[in-house]
Design a protein around this ligand. Structure first.
Ligand code: AMP
Ligand code: MG
Length: 408
């Protein structure tokens, strides 16, 4: 039987120092060209300039009549009806006007339009209630998008408005960063598949499924590697399999100080372990290594620890790998709505619900913060960074938090 080690050989890093080491290894992956019109969720790899002006012709902003502003209050003869999508062939001469629909190009000669509400047409003659200014209710050429302007920057996450813009500009293919392939492996003799019979004392593998979901949420393609026993040869084989297939390998369990905690020595043998301990709760033994170009995260086994460590350390790397110019979650300052007990020795990310209330962001604890209690993450939209200390932080204390979901 091997002995329990008392001292970890790995120095204890501060959160920011650990994150800095990770991000230094998280340069964007290569590009690929995809269907622009279904590229939502992807990150643009090239800066896009407008190939043309939007609109390409001056356009009426409302239903009414195209006319010459210089004709003032005079009655005009109505000479045509213009609908959207058709470039008019006619010219509006002095004393004439054309019925025009919203979005229809303005005919030559006309420099303004008057909305239906401000005029009346009788027997083909238009009477206006007031004179109009040049350019009134007319969208000028390039008003929405000027030709050549930078429309979308490299590193932009494409969403619904961006897909709409690409469609408007006739851009059907775009270069986006490749999605990281993330392989997830669970370690532990005690683990069984969630659907399998569970012998007394055995634990269902929650981490693999939670971490796969988190990786998908972070925009990645995933590879499920399964459960591996606490056996060195088996773990090395599973890790090698992950390294072969993935850009990022995430393991859970087996990084603490127990006799069955084998992940760190295996990673040290295969590649470089950049850190093996971080001064934070929950997730002190979080480990980061690289093997060639592959990033490996050894997360702790407790389900909350593994997901919080993923949020703090893995997610920013996954966003950076896919070229996201803003890989970090927003940081906000919140006011405590419930008292919070700090850890004595290290900063702690506690799970909270952040709401906008009475002109402030207020943070309410999700309840007991045990590292096995997944319910403490359920419903949370923030990780409150609680500085270490002895005394409880009372209601009203202002602290920093990471916003991990939409405001409640
Ligand atoms: P470890 O980090 O391997 O020492 O595990 C710490 C705790 O997390 C133990 O109680 C494990 O049973 C539990 N644990 C480890 N892996 C998983 C998993 N994949 N799903 C749920 N619990 C786990
Ligand atoms: Mg274990």
């Amino acid at each position: 039987m091997s002995q329990l080690q008392r001292e970890s050989p790995y120095p204890m890093l501060a959160i920011d120092a650990a994150l800095g080491l990770i991000m230094a290894h998280a340069a964007p992956l290569d590009h690929e060209e995809v269907d622009a019109l279904a590229a939502d969720g992807r990150v643009l790899a090239t800066t896009l300039q407008a190939p043309e002006a939007i609109p390409d012709l001056p356009r009426s902003a409302m239903d009414g009549y195209a006319l010459r502003s210089a004709d003032g209050l005079a009655a005009r003869r109505v000479v045509a009806e213009l609908t959207a999508g058709v470039a008019p062939g006619l010219v509006i001469d002095a004393g004439t006007a054309a019925r025009i629909m919203t979005g229809a190009p303005l005919p030559a000669g006309a420099d303004a339009m008057i909305p239906t509400e401000l005029c009346e047409e009788r027997d083909g003659v238009l009477f206006v209630q007031r004179a109009v200014q040049p350019g009134e209710h007319v969208h000028t050429v390039g008003q929405d998008v000027a030709p050549g302007m930078v429309v979308l920057e490299r590193g932009t996450v494409l969403g619904a408005p961006e897909v709409g813009l690409l469609a408007t500009l006739g851009v059907t293919r775009v270069a986006v960063f490749r999605q990281p392939r993330v392989a997830v492996l669970s370690t532990g003799d005690e683990l069984v598949e969630p659907g399998a019979p569970r012998p007394p004392g055995a634990v269902r593998d929650a981490n693999r499924y939670a971490l796969l979901a988190a990786a998908r949420e972070a925009g990645c393609a995933t590879i499920a590697l399964g459960i591996v026993r606490d056996d060195e040869a088996a773990q090395r084989a599973a890790i090698l399999q992950g390294l072969e297939q993935a850009d990022v390998l995430v393991t859970s369990g087996g990084v603490s100080m127990g006799t069955r905690d084998l992940i760190k020595p295996i990673l040290a043998e295969l590649g470089t372990v950049h850190f093996g301990r971080v001064a934070f709760k929950p997730g002190k033994p979080t480990t980061f290594a690289t093997v060639g170009a592959t990033l490996v995260f050894g997360l702790p086994g407790n389900p909350v620890s593994s997901l919080v460590s993923f949020e703090v350390f893995v997610r920013p790397a996954l966003r950076a790998l896919q070229g996201d110019a803003r890989p970090y979650r927003p940081q906000v300052r919140v006011t405590l709505a419930t008292p919070v007990r700090p850890a004595a020795d290290r900063p702690e990310y506690q799970r909270v619900i952040i709401r906008w209330q009475a002109g402030r962001l207020r943070a309410t604890s999700t309840g007991p913060q045990g590292s096995s209690r997944l319910l403490s993450l359920h419903g949370a939209n923030g990780l409150l960074l609680v500085p270490p200390g002895e005394a409880v932080y009372p209601v009203g204390t202002e602290l920093e938090a990471m916003l991990t979901g939409p405001l409640q």
